[in-house]
Design a protein around this ligand. Structure first.
Ligand SMILES: CC(C)(COP(=O)(O)OP(=O)(O)OC[C@H]1O[C@@H](n2cnc3c(N)ncnc32)[C@H](O)[C@@H]1OP(=O)(O)O)[C@@H](O)C(=O)NCCC(=O)NCCS
Length: 195
């Protein structure tokens, strides 16, 4: 069971929210959150709206999988006054192959009405703290478009370092490409170089 203790938080502008593990009953709230992400941040997304599994049932199953897998996690920031609004959500999943299970990948989004208020940093820190205390997770990784300056700034501020850049990894349209950065934060001892 991947869970964290719920915590009351306040954003940089005084917005109150609850940082807690996402549960299956949050499925509709998450679908609404995804709509905002698609309307405001599609230029930073690999997944297109028509490729996303947008049914309530599938979203519930996605949440349940994050609860059931001991090294996966999904956290949400829920509005203090209107808890059916997700101000942000972050997920972390490891690979299913045993030799890759010591590291995982983060996905994150914050609602367009409250970006740059520190909510993304709080969500990321929630995953990092959980991963540090986890018995087997050693590295938290993520992929980010080079053009996503806000996200790159946030990840570097939290201690993530660039691992490599994949040139033209994303094809946005005919003749239009985006480079992608793989970043990582070691939450246990950093393995020796070349090891
Ligand atoms: C990226 C995202 C998750 C960050 O969450 P957030 O709540 O906005 O982040 P925070 O407020 O904690 O931090 C944002 C930081 O970026 C800075 N920033 C904002 N615009 C910036 C820019 N164009 N260039 C550099 N830094 C920028 C802010 O000043 C802040 O830094 P500071 O705390 O040092 O002042 C959120 O903005 C988001 O959902 N964006 C759209 C979806 C997305 O890009 N998801 C990530 C895909 S990898």
């Amino acid at each position: 069971m991947a869970r964290v203790d719920a915590r009351q938080k306040e954003s940089r502008t005084g917005r109150r929210y609850l940082l807690r593990t996402i549960v299956p009953d949050d499925a509709q709230t998450l679908l609404d959150h995804t709509k905002d992400f698609e309307a405001t941040a599609l230029e930073f997304s690999v997944t297109l709206p028509e490729e996303r599994q947008n049914s309530l049932e599938k979203r519930r199953a996605w949440v349940q999988e994050h609860l059931d897998e001991p090294d996966w996690l999904a956290l949400g920031a829920f509005d203090g006054g209107t808890p059916e609004i997700a101000l942000g959500a972050v997920c972390f999943a490891t690979h299913k192959l045993k030799r890759l299970r010591h590291m995982g990948t983060i996905g994150i989004s914050v609602h367009s009405m409250c970006r740059d208020e520190g909510i993304g940093a709080a969500l990321m820190q929630g995953v990092i703290d959980w991963a540090r205390a986890h018995p087997t997770i050693e590295c938290v990784g993520l992929n980010v478009f080079v053009s996503n300056a806000r996200a790159v700034h946030l990840y570097r501020k939290l201690g993530f370092v660039d691992q490599y850049v994949q040139k033209a990894f994303i094809k946005m349209g005919p003749g239009e490409y985006q480079d992608d950065i793989r970043m990582a934060l070691w939450v246990k001892d950093v393995p020796p170089a070349g090891g």
